[in-house]
Design a protein around this ligand. Structure first.
Ligand code: NAP
Ligand code: ZN
Ligand code: ZN
Length: 347
């Protein structure tokens, strides 16, 4: 099947138009005409080979929504015209304990990434900065027509990546929760923690985001450049979600956890994190991480969002302006997720 989109060809150059082939849809496949695709900071890390695992040519994009244009003969969940989404994975082994439990992102054989990956036949996968995609229905999510479709796109990565750890660590009305970094992930973590009834404190380096953070659901906002403001919260949090994309000192946040509190990294700075032993032994604190979420939980999150009217706050952009959007994300100048209108591909 013919596809076209935008690709990175090396770590240094801007993304450029790119035509390529996808597999022809098989009996279990769904073809989606992509309407919108979010720009995740992971797209930038990988386009620029910051994690040292990049495969080129790379068509990034794993916050994909659109309309089903074709279904294989055995497809049960979807029909032509349905709204559908695809997140960070398009396959996994399906038989290991983690896949069977619905934790496909932790597949023992390794999940197949939507892009910058290889399928089990060894072919490169290409993501959502493109006009269409072919995916086995097992890895395709149902999207409610109730919500603004463009603003749903970021839920497929930023949404599930923050929803999953908040659920895993049972954040609820008795929790005091900290969210670090008000970007794509951070603003979704803030919305979910607020929606689950927690007392939420947003940590930000950007004074300009204080008012927005409050509107998005923060009960308190701490500007992290002021150490005194941070210190006021020492030994008080049940759970802290770290959504920062760049190197930073995690010890100053670990010190804010109360007895048995947990700090969870979802941000993926390229360099290793350094932890002082004292930051964890005091209060028997845990330092952990979490990777997106499995398919059943992603569907649960999308259904939760439809029920509670939760979407991402987005700025719509075009493929032509994508490289500019990348630069703005790198400057933390994002409110709060760029989403590419794929209709711009035709221009
Ligand atoms: P983003 O929109 O760029 O947000 C990152 C935010 O971090 C910025 O808006 C900024 O918020 C803060 N920040 C940036 N530089 C900082 C610095 N030097 N020190 C302190 N704070 C800083 O990125 P995103 O798309 O939300 O992604 C965040 C990270 O999560 C990325 O590393 C991405 O690769 C990773 N990620 C992980 C998973 C997973 O499965 N675990 C999934 C998706 C993404 P303020 O202006 O509020 O300070
Ligand atoms: Zn992502
Ligand atoms: Zn598996």
């Amino acid at each position: 099947m013919k596809s076209h989109g935008y690709a990175a060809h090396d770590a240094k150059s801007a993304l450029v138009p790119f035509s390529f082939d996808r597999r022809d849809p098989g009996p279990n496949d769904v073809v989606i005409e992509i309407a919108y695709c979010g720009i995740c900071h992971s797209d930038i890390h990988q386009a620029r080979n910051e994690w040292k695992n990049s495969l080129y040519p790379m068509v990034p994009g794993h916050e994909i929504v659109g309309k089903v244009s074709k279904v294989g003969t055995s497809v049960k969940k979807f029909k032509e015209g349905d709204l559908a989404g695809v997140g960070v994975m398009v396959d996994s082994c399906r038989v290991c304990a983690n896949c069977v439990a619905g934790d496909e992102c932790y597949c023992e054989k390794g999940m197949v990434g939507t892009y910058n990956g290889k399928d089990y036949e060894g072919n490169l996968t290409f993501g959502g900065y493109s006009n269409n995609i072919v995916v086995d229905e097992r890895y395709v999510l149902s999207v409610s027509p109730k919500l603004n479709l463009a603003a749903v796109a970021p839920l497929l990565c930023a949404g599930i990546t923050t929803y999953s750890p908040l659920r895993h660590w049972k954040v609820g009305k008795d929790s005091k929760v900290g969210i670090i970094g008000l970007g794509g992930l951070g603003h979704m973590g803030l919305k979910f923690a607020h929606s689950f009834g927690a007392h939420v404190v947003q940590f930000t380096t950007s004074e300009s985001k204080i008012e927005d953070a409050k509107k998005l659901g923060a009960h308190e906002v701490v500007v992290t450049k002021n150490p005194d403001e941070v210190a006021k919260h020492v030994n008080s949090f049940d759970f802290i979600l770290d959504c920062v994309s760049a190197p930073h000192d995690v010890n100053q946040y670990l010190n804010l956890l109360r007895l048995n509190g947990t700090m969870c990294m979802v941000g993926l700075p390229e360099d290793p994190v350094s932890i002082a032993a004292f930051s964890t032994i005091v209060n028997r604190r845990s330092f952990s991480g979490s990777m997106v979420g499995g398919i059943p939980e992603t569907q649960e999150m999308l259904d939760y969002c439809a029920e509670h009217n939760i979407v991402s706050d987005i700025e719509l952009t075009s493929v032509q302006k994508m490289n500019e959007a990348y630069e703005r994300v790198l400057k933390s100048d994002v409110k709060y997720r760029f989403v590419i209108d794929m209709a711009s591909l035709a221009q």
